[in-house]
Design a protein around this ligand. Structure first.
Ligand code: OSB
Ligand code: MG
Length: 370
């Protein structure tokens, strides 16, 4: 595919409700949308870097810089066949996985449109719909949290994840578990604890949780091993797994029993599939994480989560959990059985609402081939 141009859109979109985690509160989500043109076709991708370096060291600003000044140079005007060819070209750019993944997604969309194949088919997906849950941010009190959880259960979500941080952990989890003894429940600390402070989480072991997500430092695997040995509840790593190699390290160290896969964090869908395959061979369940995506990234997550090793519900909620107005014409809705349909059209299987894209764009830059 001869790449004629790459266009960057820095977006800011108001969330329906603020989303708070141990690293901060988001009221308006920022991201970078990438479009790539080739012979009259356009592929879209979403780079999930946020405004602030809270979840990742990358931000929308660093992603803009890395894509504009480095990644675009390796593909615009060039003939790029697929994700593997792309990964070879960007191998010399250290880190910046979120930036690389956003561009890789656009290339997958383009490839699919060329070939008339859906992303699901290209990746090896097997399900037409996937089980999903909802990630509930920190609330002002356990009572408010139970209320928020109740609202999502009423909407039909059958798996709940609650965010925790020091002093907002065991009491909140007990409150939710007390009110809803039978729901699928898990917690996510986003690296808010250390080897010195994690002990306060021990009572979580009695709450029948599906998993405890990323309690310790984002650049750590070894210490998670030390605490997994002292917990019956599976530890699930998110931030720490930044490549297929890191997935191997974690499993070899027995640092976790479950992995959260985000294509962004690991440097692209190709890398996400590699981690899926590696875990599947070892009977390690994986699930698809979320980054409050627009319809573009949501379509990608649904396709990824349709692979056979995604055995736990993903953080892929319906569009109306996030945005009143999305940049895709399609909106994703929750089915009765707490699933969402996987798009089946070519590529991502979505179309862009250009008016909404323009409305939410803070800045735009087009890079043409010379
Ligand atoms: O840790 O899984 C996380 C959102 C932004 C950054 C990190 C995380 C999250 C979520 C939201 O939990 C998941 C979603 O998109 O609904
Ligand atoms: Mg997480």
């Amino acid at each position: 595919m001869k790449i004629d141009s790459l266009t960057l859109y820095h977006l800011r979109m108001p969330l329906i409700a603020p989303f708070e985690t141990s690293f901060g509160r988001t009221t308006d989500r920022e991201c970078i949308i990438i479009s790539i043109e080739s012979e009259g076709l356009i592929g879209y991708g979403e780079c999930v870097a946020e405004r602030d370096p809270g979840y990742s060291y990358e931000t929308a600003g660093t992603a803009w810089h890395i894509i504009k000044d480095f990644i675009a140079q390796t593909i615009v005007g060039e003939d790029i066949h697929d994700a593997n060819a792309f990964q070879e070209r960007v191998a010399g750019i250290r880190g910046h996985h979120l930036a690389k993944a956003g561009v890789e997604m656009a290339l997958w969309d383009l490839r699919g449109k060329y070939d008339g194949r859906s992303l699901k088919t290209m990746l090896g997906g097997v399900h037409g719909k996937v089980s999903v849950g909802v990630s509930v941010g920190l609330q002002s009190s356990p009572i408010d949290l139970v209320k928020a959880v109740g609202k999502y259960l009423e909407a039909g979500y059958r798996r709940i994840k609650i965010k925790i941080k020091p002093d907002r952990d065991v009491e909140e989890a007990k409150a939710v578990r007390g009110k809803y003894p039978d729901i699928k429940l898990q917690v996510d600390a986003n690296s808010a604890y250390s080897l010195q402070t994690w002990q306060v989480l021990k009572p979580l072991d009695n709450l029948n949780l599906l998993l405890i997500e990323q309690p310790l430092h984002e650049d750590d695997i070894w210490d998670h091993r030390l605490i997994q040995k002292q917990l019956n509840t599976p530890i699930c790593l998110d931030e720490s797994i930044i490549s297929p190699r890191h997935a191997r390290y974690a499993l070899e160290m027995e640092a976790c029993k479950i992995i959260n896969i985000k294509a962004g964090r690991v440097g692209g869908l190709s890398q996400a599939v590699a981690i899926h395959d590696f875990c599947q061979e070892r009977h390690i369940p994986v699930w698809c994480g979320g980054m409050l995506e627009t319809g573009v990234g949501r379509a990608s997550n649904l396709a990824l989560a349709s692979l056979p090793g995604f055995l736990l519900p993903g953080d892929i909620s319906a569009s109306d959990r996030y945005y009143t107005e999305d940049i895709t014409n399609e909106r994703f809705v929750l089915n009765q059985d707490s699933t969402i349909d996987v798009p089946s059209g070519p590529g991502l299987g979505i179309t862009i609402n250009l008016r909404a894209l323009k409305k939410h764009t803070l800045s735009k830059l087009r890079i043409n081939s010379k």
